[in-house]
Write a protein that binds this ligand. Structure first.
Ligand code: PPS
Length: 572
C-alpha cells in the first residue's frame, strides 16, 4: 500500500460538483442497480477514501488475491472482499464495459460504475479463507450464503454524491474532514478506538490510558453502519457516547461516527479496521481481546482465538503505517475504588476484583436490576434503560411453525385470548390463512412465494415487536433459512420465540381437517408441504409442542410458561 504523507488529503472517487450535476442527469438513462444497505455502507467508504487504495468494487483478480492472501493484484495489503453482489438475471443482461447507475434505497443515484468484471464466486472458498469457516452461525457467512446475490460485478466507481444521513450529521466525518480537523487542532498522534457497544467506565479508563501511553489524542470512532445482529441500536449508543465524552479531559478527545458495515471477521477485520483508521488520519489503533468477534459457532465454541486479531495486526502494522495499542483488560479493584489493568494487579489475593460481563449486563437491563455506579455512568445506564425496558415491558413475537393441520392456528388463537385476558400489551395474530387473505393474496406456494409470504409476516411482526406489542404468527414457514432471517430481524427489537408444533405428518393427514391432504395425495394440489414439498424441522426452537392426545388449552399454557420463564410475562 502506498503511504501518504501524514494528514495530506486522501484521494476520493467523487467528481466535481458541476460534473456531478451533469452526471446525475445522464446517469438517469443507465441500467440501475438498487444498492442493499450493506452495499451503501461500502460505497460510502469507497467514495470518500475510507477504503483507499480501492477505486471501486473489486475486480475478479483483486478479489482472488484478497481472498487468498489479503492482497490486491498490485500487491497492496487489503484483507476484506468489497464486492458488488447482484442477482444472476441482472448480471446476465449486462455487457462488459457498460456503465451502470448505483442507487440508494429511495432511488437517488449515488455513483456510476463501469462493469469491467463479472463472475460467479466460489462462496465456500471465500467463507473458508476470509472468515475461516462455513458455519452459518457466523453473521457474515450467513450473509454470504443466504443473502448476497450469486454473481459479483467489479469495476471502478465514479462518485456523484454521498449517501444522505439525517441523523447526527455534525458527528459524521469523511477521512479528509477528519484529517483537516487533526491538522487544524494540531493533533499529530491520534489513537482510534473502534466500538459497536456502549462505553462504560472500563472502556473510558482503557481508552484514556491508551492515549496517555501513546502520548496521543483520542478519537472515539464508533461504527454506526451495520454491526452484529442484536446490538444496541446506534441512536441509543451515540447518545451514550455523547455522555461519556464529557468524562475525558477537555480538548483531548473527540468522537466521529463511521458508517461501516462490519463483517465480524476477527483477525482480518482488525487489519481492515486499522487500514480504515489510517485513511482517517489516525496513527494508532486499539485492538482488544477478541476484536470484532462474531460470537459462538453452532457448536458453542469461539470462531477465533482471543488474541488472533492482535497477532495478525502486529504482523502487518509496519506495512499499514498505523501502530497497534493492545487492549489491556481493565477490572475494578474495590479496595482502591479504581480500574486497573488485569495483568498488572500484583496483590490479587488480597483485593476484591469486580467485573460485569456483557451477558450479565443484558440480564440486569432485561430484569430491571441494579447496575452499580462503579460499572457505568448514570447517564449511560439511563439511556440504556430507556431503550431496553425490562423484558416484561418489551414487545415480542411468538412464531408457530409446523405442517398444515398441525394445530398452529388453534393453539395460536388460544394463546392470543389468554394474553389478552392478562392485558398490558396489544396482541396481533398473523395466522397463515389470514395473512394469505389480507397481505399475500397474490402469492402461491413456490419456494419464492413462500419466502416472500414469511418475510412479509416477519416485517409486520418486527414492527409490532419494535413498538412494544405482541405478535403471534402461525404460518407453515417450511424453510429454516427464512425463519432465521425473520428471527434476526425481530431480535433487534425484542424476543423471538419459535414454537414448533410437532404434530407428525401421519397425524395431520389422518385429521385432514380441510381435506387438503387427500387432494395433495391425488396430485390435485401441487407443492403441498410434507407430501410434495419440503419442511425443515426446526433444530433449536424455544419450545417444541407435542399435540397428539394433548388438549389445546394445555398446549397454550405450555407456551405461557415458556414466556414466563423467559421473563416476557409476569408469573402466572
Ligand atoms: S407458507 O408455506 O408458510 O407460506 O404457508 P402458509 O401461508 O402458512 O399457508 C398454508 C395454508 O395454505 C393452505 N395450502 C397449502 N399449504 C401447504 N402447501 C400447499 N401447497 C398449500 N396449498 C394451500 C393450507 O390450508 C395451509 O393452512 P394451515 O393453516 O397451515 O393448515
Amino acid at each position: 500500500m502506498s503511504m501518504l504523507p501524514n494528514l495530506a488529503p486522501i484521494p476520493e472517487l467523487f467528481v466535481s460538483y458541476d460534473s456531478a450535476q451533469k452526471m446525475k442527469v445522464e446517469a438517469a438513462d443507465l441500467v440501475s442497480h438498487d444498492l442493499t444497505p450493506r452495499q451503501i455502507c461500502d460505497l460510502e467508504l469507497l467514495m470518500n477514501g475510507g477504503f483507499y487504495p480501492l477505486k471501486g468494487f473489486l475486480s475478479e483478480d483483486d478479489y482472488n488475491g484478497v481472498v487468498e492472501n489479503m492482497r490486491l493484484a498490485d500487491g497492496s495489503l487489503w484483507p476484506m472482499p468489497i464486492t458488488l453482489d447482484v442477482g444472476e438475471e441482472f448480471a446476465n443482461n449486462l455487457e462488459i464495459g457498460q456503465d451502470i447507475a448505483l442507487r440508494d434505497q429511495e432511488g437517488v443515484i449515488l455513483a456510476t460504475m463501469t462493469v469491467t468484471d463479472r463472475w460467479t464466486p466460489d462462496k465456500v472458498r471465500e467463507a473458508e479463507k476470509v472468515f475461516g469457516t462455513n458455519d452459518d452461525a457466523h453473521p457474515a457467512v450467513n450473509y454470504l450464503h443466504n443473502k448476497a446475490g450469486k454473481v459479483y460485478l467489479g469495476g471502478p466507481v465514479t462518485g456523484i454524491q454521498q449517501p444522505v444521513h439525517y441523523d447526527f450529521r455534525a458527528r459524521r466525518d469523511t477521512p479528509n474532514e477528519l484529517r483537516a480537523y487533526f491538522r487544524k487542532v494540531g493533533w499529530r498522534k491520534v489513537v482510534a478506538f473502534q466500538t459497536r457497544n456502549p462505553l462504560h467506565r472500563a472502556h473510558q479508563e482503557l481508552t484514556f490510558r491508551a492515549a496517555r501511553e501513546a502520548q496521543a489524542n483520542l478519537l472515539i470512532h464508533p461504527v454506526v453502519g451495520m454491526t452484529k445482529p442484536g446490538d444496541v441500536d446506534h441512536f441509543t449508543r451515540v447518545r451514550c457516547y455523547e455522555a461519556v465524552l464529557d468524562k475525558y479531559p477537555a480538548a483531548t478527545t473527540n468522537m466521529s461516527l463511521l458508517n461501516l458495515a462490519m463483517r465480524m471477521a476477527g483477525p482480518r477485520e482488525a487489519v481492515w479496521h486499522g487500514l480504515i483508521r489510517k485513511n482517517h488520519g489516525c496513527t494508532h489503533f486499539i485492538v482488544g481481546r477478541d476484536h470484532a468477534g462474531p460470537g459462538k459457532n453452532s457448536k458453542g465454541e469461539d470462531f477465533y482465538g482471543p488474541y488472533d486479531a492482535q497477532d495478525l495486526f502486529r504482523q502487518h502494522q509496519e506495512e499499514m503505517g498505523i501502530e497497534m495499542v493492545d487492549f489491556k483488560q481493565m477490572v475494578y479493584v474495590q479496595e482502591r475504588a479504581q480500574y486497573e489493568p488485569a495483568d498488572e494487579i500484583e496483590d490479587r489475593d488480597n483485593v476484591t476484583i469486580l467485573d460485569i460481563s456483557g451477558t450479565e449486563l443484558r440480564r440486569r437491563l432485561q430484569e430491571g436490576l441494579e447496575i452499580p455506579d462503579w460499572f457505568s455512568f448514570p447517564e449511560v445506564v439511563a439511556e440504556l434503560r430507556r431503550t431496553r425496558p425490562p423484558r416484561s415491558k418489551q414487545g415480542f413475537t411468538v412464531f408457530f411453525t409446523g405442517f398444515s393441520g398441525s394445530g398452529k392456528s388453534t393453539i395460536a388463537n388460544a394463546l392470543m385470548v389468554k394474553l389478552m385476558e392478562m392485558g398490558g400489551r396489544p396482541v396481533t395474530l398473523l395466522d397463515g390463512d389470514i395473512v394469505r387473505k389480507n397481505l399475500s393474496s397474490e402469492l402461491g406456494f413456490s419456494k419464492e412465494h413462500r419466502d416472500l409470504n414469511i418475510r412479509r409476516i416477519g416485517y409486520v411482526a418486527s414492527e409490532i415487536t419494535k413498538n412494544g406489542g405482541i405478535a403471534i404468527c402461525a404460518p407453515i414457514a417450511p424453510y429454516a433459512t427464512t425463519r432465521r432471517a425473520v428471527r434476526e430481524e425481530i431480535e433487534s427489537f425484542g424476543a423471538f420465540v419459535e414454537v414448533h408444533v410437532a404434530t407428525s405428518l401421519e397425524e395431520c393427514e389422518r385429521r385432514d381437517r380441510k381435506g387438503l391432504y387427500k387432494l395433495a395425495r391425488e396430485g390435485k394440489i401441487k407443492e403441498f408441504t410434507g407430501i410434495s414439498d419440503p419442511y425443515d424441522v426446526p433444530e433449536k426452537p424455544e419450545l417444541r409442542l407435542e399435540t397428539e392426545s394433548v388438549e389445546v388449552d394445555t398446549c397454550a399454557h405450555q407456551v405461557l410458561l415458556k414466556l414466563e420463564s423467559m421473563g416476557l410475562i409476569a408469573a402466572q
